[in-house]
Design a protein around this ligand. Structure first.
Ligand SMILES: NC(=O)c1ccc[n+]([C@@H]2O[C@H](COP(=O)([O-])OP(=O)(O)OC[C@H]3O[C@@H](n4cnc5c(N)ncnc54)[C@H](OP(=O)(O)O)[C@@H]3O)[C@@H](O)[C@H]2O)c1
Length: 269
């Protein structure tokens, strides 16, 4: 993997910021010395320094002074708390990579001024396992390549127009929860019918992994693969005689439409 030149600053080192820092060092995309972070949580700061061996700064201003690439990884509701310092410290040399769900590049520019370049990304929870999928938009192609490099260290990336970001939020941002729910239902059924939770979970999680891997490797349609395991008169067919009923599809589509509306309401546009 290519290496990033210069110093990367992470503002807000929680789930996402921490996962990126871990991915960068693990994959050798950045050395420990070239990553700095600032988090307002002191306990978290000392834990991360110990666990990841990276250094922290004592303020946002110091982070901006020392880093050319800055990952903005606080929660959207905390953007207001960091706006003034960011607007003050961001210069032309900076590339700001924003992870903030529902906050458009236009909105960020209005708040922060027009000095720096901005790339917006939408990662997902898979980042924590090095298996995230991150959509990337904005900036020039060099900036997007840099963001690609950062997020490829903990999964895969895809370049997309910003107009699709609400949809990305619904599909892959919230997506892990849909699959967790299905696994939760499989686990509960397994336990109800006599398995230990450990075994039920092993069966459900390895099955989810295998199914996803098969779709990615074979390039086949999930529908075609589903039809292939559904033999006539078998158990899968019996399950789909219930699941295939229109109501489940309708319900799930309604859920996705509701989530999309919520993403639009939260992010504007
Ligand atoms: N989690 C996901 O699946 C996901 C998916 C896509 C996008 N995102 C986006 O990624 C971003 C980070 O999410 P997350 O789940 O990593 O959140 P998180 O775990 O809460 O991490 C944010 C960190 O920033 C810290 N922080 C808050 N205000 C700060 C300030 N003024 N200065 C410095 N640090 C501050 C928080 O400290 P405290 O804990 O003390 O508040 C926390 O450690 C969000 O914008 C979110 O929209 C998340």
């Amino acid at each position: 993997m290519k290496k990033i030149k210069g110093t990367i600053g992470i503002l807000g080192c929680g789930n996402m910021g921490g996962a990126v820092a871990a991915g960068l060092t693990k994959r050798g995309v950045a050395s420990r010395r070239s990553i700095l972070f600032f988090d307002k949580d002191r306990k978290k700061t000392s834990r991360i320094k110990k666990e990841l061996g990276i250094r922290s700064t004592s303020s946002i201003a110091e982070l901006l002074r020392k880093c050319g690439i800055v990952l903005l990884a606080v929660k959207p509701q905390h953007l207001g708390d960091v706006t003034a310092e960011l607007a003050e410290g961001l210069k032309r040399k900076h590339l700001l990579i924003s992870l903030l769900a529902g906050v458009s590049i236009g909105n960020l520019r209005r708040r922060l001024g027009k000095a720096c370049r901005v790339v917006r990304v939408m990662p997902n929870l898979g980042l924590l396992a090095g298996k995230g999928i991150t959509a990337v938009t904005g900036g020039n192609s060099k900036d997007r390549k840099l963001a690609d490099l950062v997020f490829s260290s903990c999964g895969r990336t895809v370049s997309l127009a910003e107009k699709h970001f609400n949809l990305v939020t619904v599909l892959s941002g919230s997506g892990p929860a849909y699959f967790f729910y299905l696994m939760e239902l499989l686990d509960k059924f397994g336990v109800k019918k006599g398995l230990s939770l450990n075994i039920a979970r092993l069966l459900s999680s390895e099955t989810a992994l295998g199914a996803a891997e098969l779709v990615l490797r074979s390039g086949e349609d999930p529908e075609a693969l589903r039809r292939r395991v559904t033999s006539k008169g078998g158990t899968t067919e019996a399950a789909f005689s219930v699941l295939g009923a229109k109501s489940f599809r309708v319900l799930f589509n309604r859920a996705l439409e509701r989530a999309l509306k919520r993403a639009k309401d939260l992010g504007g546009k």
